[in-house]
Design a protein around this ligand. Structure first.
Ligand code: DOR
Ligand code: ZN
Length: 392
């Protein structure tokens, strides 16, 4: 079968509305290079076993640190499991682990105890706890069935300064799949923020104008990650000339006007928005199936894809802060020391990557077999800072 071609042109007329953030290290030069502070991916799925070996090097090549999602099978529900998973990531990376810091997370369930939150925070290696509404997405069946069940946990998280990372989609089957984020914001997130003004909250992978407006209007303890694929594609990408499973993710791609709202959000330079790829590998056989898995794989070219989106709204000067400052500041981390350079150089994305024997096959990356206009220079300079909380 012919591999999907890029289904959506990425030129856009979205305009920046305001400019609030000056960047310090970005240099777009006439020679066609762009140098930014070494970035952080504040939302990634690294999986385990063979798949971990296959995908972690892509993330570690570009990013100094990454917030690692805990939705393994079984999920990472205890501090001890998170530390063991962290060791497996470090082992999988071998020598490249010297320049990459995995920032671990816990998976919340109805049975998570406040004491587990305290244990997690005390490790100094765990930077958030993820709320998957039960049934909302991949491996979320063990997730939280009602916020009311985790009141004590949320209270402890607020006290401990441990951010709550939210997959923000309503799970009521009567809610249209394209409305799930907006309904979650209205029914669950807005009351939660009201009730817990001291809890740090990241609304992950936002996809709608409602989410952009909500986050912009919310107090400083509320922020959001934005993926490259939600910036580059709208829901037409899923159906261009046939069903395109490699564009299927959750929250699902939305209509054009929502993508424009996301582009406007990044172009403002607001510190409430930061980079989180939600790169989510699945074997080709499980994507191209009668009931295919949700997830777009972007780690192979994450910064290149973001650069394309920022350039489309003439906001390349905002990429540095989005990718390396806003997230670090929100999590209370110091900024990375090194830099990463992108060059304007057309190159073709591989058709697939091997995913290891136990996955029986390949991983199809976003843009497989197509051209990218930016390329990351693999020479890294400086050393990433070690992840740590600032003492203030
Ligand atoms: O598209 C997605 N894939 N969305 C998620 O929330 C989970 C992720 C995965 O783990 O595959
Ligand atoms: Zn995710």
């Amino acid at each position: 079968m012919e591999r999907p071609k890029n289904p959506t042109a990425t030129t856009t007329t979205a305009q920046a509305t305001t400019t609030t953030q000056a960047t310090t290290t970005t240099q777009a030069t006439t020679s066609g290079t762009l140098t930014i502070t070494r970035p952080d991916d504040m939302h990634v799925h690294l999986r385990d076993d063979d798949a971990l070996l296959a995908v972690a090097p892509h993330t570690a090549r570009q990013f100094a640190r990454a917030i690692v999602m805990p939705n393994l099978k079984p999920p990472i529900t205890t501090a001890e499991q998170a530390l063991a998973y962290r060791s497996r990531i470090v082992r999988a990376l071998g020598p490249s682990s010297a320049t990459f810091e995995p920032l671990m997370t816990l998976y919340l369930t109805d049975r998570t105890e406040p004491a587990e939150i305290k244990r997690a925070k005390a490790t100094g290696r765990i930077y958030g706890a993820k709320l998957y509404p039960a049934g909302a997405t991949t491996h979320s069946d063990a997730g939280v069935t009602s916020i009311a069940r985790i009141g004590g946990v949320l209270e402890t998280m607020a006290e401990e300064g441990l951010p709550l990372l939210i997959h923000g989609e309503a799970t009521d089957p009567d809610v249209d799949v394209f409305d799930r984020e907006a309904v979650f914001i209205e029914r669950t997130l807005a009351p939660l923020i009201e009730e817990r003004p001291n809890l740090k909250v990241v609304l992950e992978h936002i996809t709608t104008a409602q989410a952009v407006d909500f986050v912009l209007a919310a107090p400083p303890n509320v922020a959001a990650t934005i993926t490259a694929h939600h910036l580059l594609y709208d829901r037409n990408a899923l159906f261009r000339g046939g069903l395109r499973p490699h564009y299927y993710c959750l929250p699902v791609l939305k209509r054009h006007r929502h993508r424009q709202a996301l582009l406007r959000a990044i172009a403002t330079g607001s510190s409430k928005f930061f980079l989180g790829t939600d790169s989510a590998p699945h074997p080709q056989s499980q994507k191209e199936a009668s009931c295919g898995c949700a997830g777009c794989y972007t780690a192979h070219a994450a910064i290149e894809l973001y650069a394309e989106a920022f350039e489309a709204v003439s906001a390349l000067d905002k990429l540095d802060a989005f990718a390396s400052a806003h997230g670090a500041n929100f999590y209370g981390l110091s900024r990375n020391q090194g830099t990463l350079t992108l060059r304007r150089e057309a190159h073709t994305v591989p058709n697939s990557f091997p995913l290891g024997p136990s996955n029986q096959g390949s991983l199809i990356p976003l843009r497989a077999g197509e051209t990218l206009g930016w390329r990351v220079d693999t020479t890294l300079t400086g050393h990433p800072s070690h992840a740590r909380y600032r003492s203030a």
